[in-house]
Design a protein around this ligand. Structure first.
Ligand code: CA
Length: 225
């Protein structure tokens, strides 16, 4: 689960990040509305914690722009007690929950967990299908006919993204940020390494499905000709 914190109070942001990391979330932080919006528009976050009063662009504008761009991340708004009107505006523009400052951090963690559960419940398809293969999302297994192969966490994440984006090209940068996060200094070719592992596993299953490289862009699923 990836969380984005858009909050200009650095000490609060850092404290929240630490807590969420302890809970096992992958966390990025932005300290003003404009940067926060850039991060959010990548579409890689499951949950966005969004402060209302922010430099460069306020939280409501950020939220409205996110929704206009069809980004479906769950959004938890942080408001000050004096911002009741903002709060109402926030709900109108597509927020999922809000918390009034000052809050107890346990309360925030509980809300984030609730939103993360709500998000995973949308994953109704336990199994994804493409061509002659199936991906078991619960057990991270790649299957073809009666055969199956276990995927590592990163292989699974990549395969899942490929299958969810089967009608388009999966961008390399998107894979990297989604799996390793913005702040990682992961080498560009690490994705290629995991793609090659996946290709080997598809080969071992004697699948007709192949992962094609689209030069300079990314990868897409296809069938052996
Ligand atoms: Ca603020």
């Amino acid at each position: 689960m990836k969380v984005l914190i858009i909050e200009d109070e650095k000490s609060l942001s850092m404290a929240l990040k630490e807590l969420l990391v302890c809970e096992g979330f992958l966390v990025d932080a932005a300290y003003n509305g404009a940067d926060g919006l850039d991060y959010a528009l990548s579409g890689i976050y499951d949950i966005i914690i969004l402060d209302i009063t922010l430099p460069k662009m306020n939280g409501i504008e950020v939220l409205q722009t996110i929704r206009k761009n069809n980004i479906s991340s769950a959004v938890l708004i942080l408001t000050a007690k004096s911002e009741t009107e903002d709060k109402i505006a926030g709900f109108k523009s597509g927020t999922d929950d809000y918390l009034t400052k000052p809050f107890v951090t346990e309360e925030l963690i509980a809300r984030v967990w609730a939103l993360s559960r709500r998000n995973t419940m949308e994953y109704v398809d336990e199994t994804l299908k493409y061509g002659d293969i199936e991906l078991d999302r619960t057990h991270h297994l790649l299957k073809k006919d009666g055969s199956k192969i276990k995927l590592s966490t990163k292989e699974f994440q990549l395969m899942e993204m490929l299958m969810l984006n089967k009608d388009s090209v999966l961008k390399r940068e998107y894979c990297i940020t989604k799996i390793w996060g913005y702040e990682s200094d992961i080498e560009y070719n690490s994705t290629d390494v995991y793609i090659s592992f996946l290709r080997k596993k598809l080969g071992a299953l004697k699948s007709k499905t192949v992962i094609k490289s689209v030069r300079g862009v990314g990868y897409s699923l296809g069938e052996k000709e």
